[in-house]
Ligand binder design. Structure first.
Ligand code: NZQ
Ligand code: ZN
Length: 391
């Protein structure tokens, strides 16, 4: 196991009606003037925004509002949010929504305290400070409610980049699984796929003998395989949604990723798809993962065979472990199709003729030098072949 430090100071408030305690927690963490940041309107329609406002008002906490975060959140709204926080003297940002809203909130939090262009942080400048951020989560997917990460789409060029900082860890996150019951089945399935990708991309490691994190990842994957279809079939299944919500958090706050190298090539390859076509990140991953895994399988066949037997129940073929590995990838693909995810470029809305452009931005955009690193280092030719496998 590699050396590591792990500090995950988020205070989690889990369960039914917990959003009504928002005001108490903002007060506890020192907020006096709050920016409530939200998306395209689901929190208005569900009545959640009104409950959050009432909870802040009960504690006498002032707030200002900024809605309109789009999925695959855009740089333009981040600039608006930074201006608003400065002009209104905001000292605390409350993201009410999904990963896009939370990531936009994190970008605003860092940008408000920075003299330069916030995009610097998404091009590698380290983040030293940010306004405190808290979240009320409405979709189990990105894991941003516990993570140190934020992903933003730059409107000039439409490409996505991530930034990471300890200052991005939310002060508190309110996780009420019932809030996810208004999600359409498709979005629920996109979230399940994203959570599974976060688990897979940690599982694909070059570090030896990391049994404890392997086993945690397997347990979380098995949870998704068992609970995911229940939530897709019955949106009101609170218990399934509760299991998925906590799995999504643990899966991405990195408790099960420490001490090991990780992959993230599927995420990098997918990010260009959701940036260019504005498809859901999870849907893009459903098409990307089987292609990447098929392409890199021979780098460590036994790792793929292990996940095939332990998670998908495949029979180990000791004479031909590559057959077991392939069966595991096929089982993943079939599972994702069974919950309603797309299986190829056409179903995702992606176009074969764009592959050169995708590869160019992926491998050379924004200062990259021709390769992406992960479980395997991939060059432009590898990435082109992987996109081709998705057609
Ligand atoms: O905008 P509203 O109206 O709220 O609708 C949203 C949006 O259309 C809707 N939705 C959310 N909760 C709902 C709901 N609709 C009905 N009822 C509810 N309870 O769902 C749609 C998708 O929301 P979004 O926030 O985009 O979803 P998600 O959480 O999947 O976030 C995706 C973003 O996270 C990034 C992705 O790249 C993508 O931009 N990621 C962030 C990570 C991180 N910060 O750690 C890691 C991830 O790997 C990922 O890359
Ligand atoms: Zn993801």
């Amino acid at each position: 196991m590699q050396n590591f430090t792990f500090y995950s100071p988020t205070y989690f408030v889990f369960g039914k009606d917990t959003e009504n305690q928002t005001g108490e927690y903002v007060k506890r963490f020192g907020g006096t003037k709050v920016l409530i940041h939200y998306g395209g309107g689901s929190v208005i329609r569900s009545g959640l925004l009104d409950r959050v406002k009432a909870s802040l008002e009960k504690e006498g906490i002032a707030y200002t509002l900024l809605g309109g975060v789009q999925p695959n959140p855009r740089s333009g709204l981040v600039y608006q949010g930074i201006d608003l926080c400065r002009s209104e003297g905001v000292d605390f940002i409350l993201a009410v929504g999904g990963g896009s809203t939370i990531d936009s909130a994190k970008a605003i939090a860092a940008g408000t305290l920075y003299d330069g262009d916030f995009w610097d942080f998404y091009s590698g400048t380290p983040i030293e400070k940010a306004l405190p951020v808290a979240t009320i989560l409405t979709i189990s997917a990105a894991g941003s409610e516990g993570s140190a990460d934020s992903v933003i789409t730059k409107e000039e060029g439409m490409f996505k980049r991530g930034a990471s900082a300890e200052a991005f860890r939310p002060k508190f996150s309110i996780l009420n699984p019932a809030l996810t019951q208004t999600l359409p089945a498709y979005q629920t399935a996109c979230g399940i796929t994203d959570i599974m990708a976060h688990l897979y991309e940690r599982y694909l490691t070059n570090t030896k003998d990391v049994e404890v994190t392997d086993r945690l990842l397997e347990a979380l994957l098995l949870t998704m395989v068992h609970e995911g279809p229940k939530a897709v079939a019955d949106p009101n299944n609170y218990e399934a949604r509760a299991n998925i919500m906590w799995a999504g958090m643990i899966g991405h706050n990195n408790a099960c990723g420490v001490g090991r190298s990780q992959d993230w090539n599927s995420h990098n390859i997918e990010h260009e798809l959701s940036a260019l076509y504005d498809c859901a990140h999870g849907a893009g991953l459903a098409v990307t993962m089987p292609a990447v895994f098929t392409y890199v399988m021979n780098h460590d066949v036994m790792r793929f065979a292990q996940i095939a037997t332990r998670v998908w129940g495949c029979q180990m073929d000791f004479a031909h472990p590559e057959e077991t590995a392939k069966a595991g990838i096929e089982a993943l693909r079939n599972f994702l199709i069974s919950i309603g995810m797309p299986k190829n470029f056409a179903e995702l809305g992606a176009k074969e003729e764009d592959i050169d452009k995708l590869v160019e931005v992926l491998c050379y955009g924004d200062g990259r030098t021709g390769t992406i690193d992960g479980f395997v280092t991939l060059n432009a030719d590898d990435c082109r072949k992987i996109y081709q496998l998705m057609v």
